[in-house]
Design a protein around this ligand. Structure first.
Ligand SMILES: [Zn+2]
Length: 134
């Protein structure tokens, strides 16, 4: 392959995207067997939350689609954990999630506990935050 070809860059980008997805997804599904056991209907928002891919600002920034990864709340970069645990813009939705989980868990709950034990509550949260408006 000749130097200057775009093929190696495309391969590198694909590899990088894949590795980012694996790291974020591992927080939710440390064991592949757990994911296989879980019967969930996957929505686009839930997929975005467990992969870190989509309209989340840190992801868009990483691939130079936007100029800053900062969340509009200005507390930190807009990553999935920020949205789940710290974001002031979705504070009301986050407080509702926290209140529901505090009935049976300590807060904060780990990502894998959240997806494996409280899938419906997590889905309700991610569908309520309207990330496209952030
Ligand atoms: Zn925020």
């Amino acid at each position: 392959m000749a130097l200057g070809s775009t093929q190696p860059l495309t391969e590198m980008r694909t590899r990088r995207i894949t590795s980012t997805k694996v790291v974020t997804t591992k927080l939710y599904f440390p064991k592949v067997a757990d994911r296989l056991k879980l019967k969930i209907s996957v929505t686009p928002n839930l997929t975005m939350m467990v992969t870190g891919h989509g309209i989340i600002k840190s992801y868009l920034y990483k691939y130079k689609i936007i100029y800053s990864p900062m969340c509009p709340c200005k507390i930190g970069e807009q990553k999935t954990d920020h949205i789940l645990y710290d974001c002031e813009v979705v504070k009301q939705e986050g407080d509702e999630l926290k209140t529901e989980l505090l009935r049976s868990e300590n807060w904060p709950v780990s990502n894998d506990t959240l997806i494996n034990k409280y899938t419906k509550i997590l889905k309700k949260f991610v569908d309520s935050v309207h990330l496209e408006k952030l």
